[in-house]
Design a binder for this molecule. Structure first.
Ligand SMILES: [Ca+2]
Ligand SMILES: [Ca+2]
Length: 497
């Protein structure tokens, strides 16, 4: 009798619990990640609304680098929370990398799905996605709108896989790619809000990437296209010329650079690069509209206050800095480059707004795209669902204890590639950028004294001890996994006098 009464009582309690639990335990936040393509960290002037709504209303990470400054390896790091040497996607294309190289069964959307999240992807995915089977939906995504490659690399006429159903968008003004993705994001937020589940949305415009007709990545494309409504905004503007543009003396840099670019570029080549800059900045105006619209939709659905919004890019882009440009393009003209170890290529915008990321905060220590997955899993409370060793730190912790970033070293690495560009490993700290090329050539920049990376100090005896410590750190990180990737760089002495 007593037992039966107890059981009945506990059944009543059990019935009463769900409501009480909902009232007490706040729902985990939604997470929206907007990741542009090839956006250098100096281009945010084209995005005033994003700066206001995300950077100023949230936390700005001033020194955010990517592990491998190239689309596919970088996006694989976002999806796995691992450095490229651990996830194995080492180039944009098969057999070095590409979509098929990533094991999708243990990735961020899978972990968040297991944790009760609704997962949404819109736009560009890993390079070569859809080239073998355009109807395939990668593991973990509940609401999938992936751009089918290579159509993703055009601003018009792209084919999108809508949850297994293909649609090719007509080449009309209204169907400018960033705007199409923005409309899809609107619908996805509305549906997700109705679903009653927390959601994770990955929103990936191809702006400000070049227009490319193939995803072979053997050459760069033609200048990015702005949305027609903004076609004139940058059309006549002059590209800003940074102190390291067309660097006069590159004898401090690996001989590979002077072999590729023995002379400074011509006026004509500089003007070709300017066309790229105009297209890129114009296309970012469209991304700025996207960010504004996403915020508006989150507000209208009542989701905004419990949503973390991340704005970043997969890699940077160099337009003539250090003489660097890409001589292999579809139109035979100069274009920009990524992949290289310099700041323009490895450093990206990163700003996060929402619970845990205080307004107006600026974080000056080094963070990396390897940190994003761990951060999102932490926000979602989904750590127990993660089936991989994560190499990064949580940016929630970085915001709580920014001093812990003082001795952070982030690994930048590349690999053997069909273009024959020498691979390197590099370690980035708050003050230094040390790189070691596969052929043994080095570079060391004291960014406090030389923020434009004009004069490598790797042969300067005053930096001998610093260089030795950073070289060991780079070599250790190049083989790290999990906790060993989070080891601080040993204390660095002041440069000698
Ligand atoms: Ca990219
Ligand atoms: Ca120089």
């Amino acid at each position: 009798m007593l037992i039966r009464a107890l059981l009945a009582a506990s059944a009543l309690i059990a019935l009463a619990l769900p409501a009480a639990a909902t009232a007490e335990k706040p729902e985990p936040p939604n997470v929206v990640v907007i990741m542009s393509d090839d956006q250098d960290f100096r281009s945010m002037s084209a995005m005033p609304m994003t700066r206001r709504l995300i950077a100023n209303a949230g936390t700005r990470f001033d020194r955010s680098v990517v592990n491998y400054p190239l689309c596919c390896p970088s996006r694989a790091t976002f999806l796995t929370g691992q450095y490229a040497h651990n996830h194995g996607v080492l180039w944009n294309n098969w057999p070095f990398g590409g979509y098929r190289m990533l094991d999708g069964s243990e990735t961020l959307p899978v972990w968040l799905g297991r944790s009760g999240y609704r997962t949404i992807h819109i736009g560009k995915y890993l390079n070569e996605y859809g080239e073998e089977d355009p109807t395939e939906v990668p593991p973990g995504w509940d609401d999938w709108h992936g751009g089918v490659d290579p159509s993703t690399y055009d601003y018009y006429g792209m084919t999108i896989n809508h949850n297994g159903r293909l649609k090719t968008y007509p080449r009309t003004e209204r169907n400018y790619s960033t705007d199409v993705y923005t409309r899809l994001a609107d619908h996805a937020i509305r549906d997700a809000s109705k679903s009653g589940k927390p959601f994770f949305m990955s929103l990936a415009p191809n702006a400000p990437h070049t227009v490319a007709v193939s995803s072979g990545a053997t050459m760069e494309g033609t200048p990015a296209l702005p949305p027609p409504r903004y076609a004139d905004v940058y059309a006549d503007r002059e590209m800003p010329i940074y102190p390291n543009f067309n660097e006069a003396d590159i004898s401090d840099k690996p001989t590979t650079l002077s072999a590729f670019f023995p002379t400074q570029m011509t006026e004509e080549q500089a003007l070709q690069l300017q066309e790229h800059w105009r297209g890129r900045m114009g296309s970012l105006l469209g991304v700025d509209d996207m960010v504004k619209e996403v915020v508006r939709k989150l507000r209208r659905t009542g989701e905004f206050k419990n949503t973390v919004i991340v704005y970043t890019s997969d890699n940077g882009w160099i337009l003539g800095e250090h003489r660097l440009r890409d001589p292999i393009t579809e139109d035979g003209k100069a274009a920009g480059v990524k992949f290289v170890p310099y700041e323009g290529s490895s450093r990206v915008p990163l700003m996060i707004e929402g619970p845990g990321f205080p307004a107006g905060r600026r974080i000056k220590g080094v963070v990396s795209n390897v940190d994003l997955a761990r951060t999102i899993v932490d926000i979602a409370g989904a750590r127990s669902e993660v089936g991989l060793k994560l190499d990064g730190i949580s940016l929630l912790d970085a915001v709580r204890k920014p001093k812990a970033l003082a001795d952070r070293g982030a690994l930048i690495e590349t690999a053997v590639n069909p273009r024959g560009v020498p691979p390197y490993i590099a370690v980035r700290t708050k003050r230094y950028n040390y790189g070691l090329q596969a052929d043994g050539q080095e570079g060391l920049y004291d960014l406090k004294r030389d923020p434009w990376e004009l004069e490598s100090v790797h042969e300067d005896p005053r930096y001998d001890r610093i260089k030795a410590i950073l070289r060991t750190a780079a070599e250790d990180f190049a083989e790290c996994a999990g906790a060993s990737c989070r080891k601080p760089v040993p204390p660095l002495p002041q440069p000698g006098r």
